[in-house]
Write a protein that binds this ligand. Structure first.
Ligand code: WTA
Length: 648
């Protein structure tokens, strides 16, 4: 047994797109061959869908691990997202259907977005912001967040969006690392039925040493804030600006944004993205993966702009493609657990893109919430952020999609900038839980410890072996860390940190972060497969497993599970779950211990923090019989989470 990662779970269900969907799809099967024949020509073709002030003179300049795409070309991101639509007669199309958590709504057309962005660009210029400067954006999920990003892009300032849930210390660290000179924020935002503060946190952060000259503040909640010498209200400055501003062309490799990823241990990494290649791949993937028909679709990606998904699939991809999209400020359970479904019905959403953490939460809450609303407008569903367990996939398909929507499980990262692995919704016969294969133009491999391809039926490390247009250009001002983090494990290959396997048909399955892999009696077992086996039990909505030290087997599997709505824990359940895992994937994966919990510790973007669970599992007595629904477990988890969030 020397597999880099065991292949345990097998899945035989497949779902081909309907003939009607296939016939109207943006991407047909020949796209793979076209891309294969001449990869660089294929990407040039995709880049030509953007407006370039000047065409590039070289498609790819690859000095591993540093890439330049479309070098010599000049373009403007905001021009591509907005001006173009207005100039070509689409100014009256709605860009955003915004809904605040309290229920306030705004409809904003492309022409209105453009006017707002031009005024904001003029406001930034009036504050002395120049191209190449960094601007930190710390906002709730409101249209001004997108306006702020596009206004930066318009004048060539590099934005660094910091998710509004981060603490003052985290914000300060990011402002300092990027050396931002302007912060754009709001008084606060609405969340879980109340107003939370943002400006007050900016004030705290700026007690630290920074080069911030001004803070521009959107009035959203109307809560009390202190306005100091550097602080300016958005409505006072932006509203009086001229609505004329001509977008300047910038180099294809001009830095468009920095986005920090927390990483599991060390200081956050400033993932740096540039313009031409990033926009090319964001727009291309948005068109082919979501099958967007801009005249008729109502698209909704539930991600916050504080994450890469919000950058690529709320702001840049959809706006370049002229989409009409829903933007929602609040949480999915406010004022009730059917809020998202209610909005799907209200706006007639056709394309929904969300994360497995929300899908599993919906499963936990129960089917009555989606069942209460008419979801028939939906025609495509997407998933991103974590492996989606086959049962969660099936639930999404049946209960949300009414068995009528292709599901695209999309694998990518902050670092990759855009989707890399996903079904094509009109082409691929999907398997529940599999991201299936690389998109046309993209190349990935699954390799073992020696960088040899594992072949079908084998598990190992997911690597990207060819540069792609939206790849990160580095870690902000840390070139050595960039090489060390992504390019040192395997010679000449980008290692993404994820485990993966190819099944017997060559479909690709993501198996979670390799740091989380469990080693049981010498078998390397992925967390994903054991979790998926647990979630396929009728009582379980969500599961997280970790390897805890074990005298006998090196590590033993400890599982934390959340029950589906209405299920009560009892001692029989633990036995039945262990037997179920054994039946699904084998005795080697049988958990030593199973604990029922009410919540799992998650990062702010919703990924399960297994490292923290490992601490909990290892600090408890082995074989403790009273593990089910032990309140102390919850206490340990929440204490760990508190200290974790403080350090962030
Ligand atoms: C995980 C989010 C399985 C993976 C766009 C990756 C996934 C990390 C999937 C990046 C998926 C994302 N299936 N795992 N469809 N999508 N991941 O930077 O571990 O927030 O490396 O980017 O999320 O997370 P990030």
């Amino acid at each position: 047994m020397n597999d880099s990662l065991s292949n345990l779970l097998s899945e035989n269900r497949t779902f081909a797109p309907s003939a009607e969907f296939a016939a109207q799809a943006n991407a047909k099967a020949d796209l793979y061959e076209i891309a294969e024949r001449d990869r660089l020509a294929f990407w040039e073709e995709q880049a030509s869908n953007l407006h370039w002030h000047e065409k590039w003179n070289q498609v790819l300049d690859w000095q591993p691990p540093f890439a330049k795409w479309f070098a010599g070309g000049k373009l403007n991101a905001s021009y591509n997202a907005l001006d173009r639509h207005v100039l070509e007669g689409r100014g009256d199309r709605v860009a955003f259907l915004f809904e605040g958590e309290p229920g306030d709504t705004r409809e904003i057309t492309y022409a209105q977005m453009l006017t707002e962005v031009k005024k904001t660009a003029n406001a930034l210029l009036s504050l002395g912001v120049k191209d190449g400067d960094r601007v930190a954006i710390y906002m709730p999920m409101i249209p001004e967040a997108a306006v702020a990003m596009l206004a930066c892009a318009r004048i060539g300032a590099t934005h660094s969006v910091v998710f509004g849930g981060f603490s003052a210390d985290s914000l300060l660290a990011r402002i300092q690392d990027a050396d931002a000179t302007l912060v754009i924020t709001a008084d606060g935002g609405f969340r879980k039925g109340g107003a939370f503060g943002l400006k007050s946190i900016v004030d705290d952060a700026l007690k630290g040493e920074t080069n911030v000259q001004h803070v521009l503040v959107v009035k959203r909640t109307g809560q009390d804030v202190t306005m100091g010498a550097k602080d300016i209200w958005w409505h006072e400055l932006v509203d009086k600006q001229s609505a004329e501003h001509e977008a300047q062309p910038f180099d294809s490799e001009h830095p468009l944004f920095i986005l920090y990823t927390s990483g599991t241990t060390a200081k956050p990494k400033g993932i740096a993205h540039t313009t031409g290649g990033y926009l090319t791949q964001a727009a291309y993937t948005h068109r082919i993966v979501f099958d967007l028909k801009p005249e008729t679709d109502i698209y909704w990606c539930t991600a916050d702009v504080g994450w890469i998904t919000g950058h690529s699939y709320v702001v840049y991809g959809p706006l370049i493609n002229g989409a009409t999209q829903v933007m929602y400020e609040g949480t999915p359970d406010t004022p009730h657990k059917g809020r998202i479904f209610e909005m799907i019905e209200k706006y007639g959403v056709t394309i929904l893109y969300t994360a497995p953490t929300l899908i599993r939460t919906w499963m936990k809450w129960g089917d009555e919430f989606p069942n209460k609303y008419n979801l028939k407008s939906l025609r495509l569903l997407g998933s991103v952020g974590e492996p989606i367990n086959p049962e969660a996939w099936m639930w999404y398909r049946e209960v949300v999609g009414g068995n009528n929507c292709p599901i695209v499980d999309t694998w990518w990262q902050t670092e990759t900038g855009a989707i890399m692995i996903s079904p094509l919704p009109g082409v691929t016969a999907t398997k529940p839980g599999s991201a299936m294969r690389t998109l046309p133009g993209i190349s990935a491999k699954v390799v073992d410890d020696e960088a040899k391809e594992v072949g079908n039926g084998g598990g190992g490390y997911l690597v990207l072996d060819k540069p792609w247009p939206s790849m990160l250009r580095g870690i902000w001002r840390e070139p050595d860390r960039y090489k060390e983090t992504y390019w040192s494990r395997f010679d000449g290959l980008y290692f993404a940190g994820d485990g993966a396997k190819l099944d017997d048909d060559g479909a690709l399955w993501l198996l979670g972060r390799v740091d989380d892999v469990m080693n049981v009696s010498g078998h390397r077992i992925s967390t994903t497969e054991v979790e998926s086996a647990l979630v396929s039990h009728h009582a379980i909505a969500e599961a997280a497993v970790v390897g805890a030290n074990d005298e006998l087997t090196g590590q033993a599997i400890v599982a934390f599970v959340i029950l589906r709505g209405g299920v009560e824990p009892d001692q029989e359940l633990e036995k039945s779950l262990k037997a179920h895992v054994t039946k699904e994937i084998g005795a080697i994966a049988r958990p030593r211990q199973i604990m029922v919990v009410a919540e799992l510790p998650k990062t702010r973007s919703g990924k399960i923090m297994r490292r923290l669970l490992r601490d909990v599992a290892e600090n408890r007595a082995v074989g403790d019989a009273t593990t089910l629904a032990d309140p102390n477990v919850m206490k340990l988890i929440s204490e760990g989470l508190q200290s974790e969030k403080k350090e962030d």
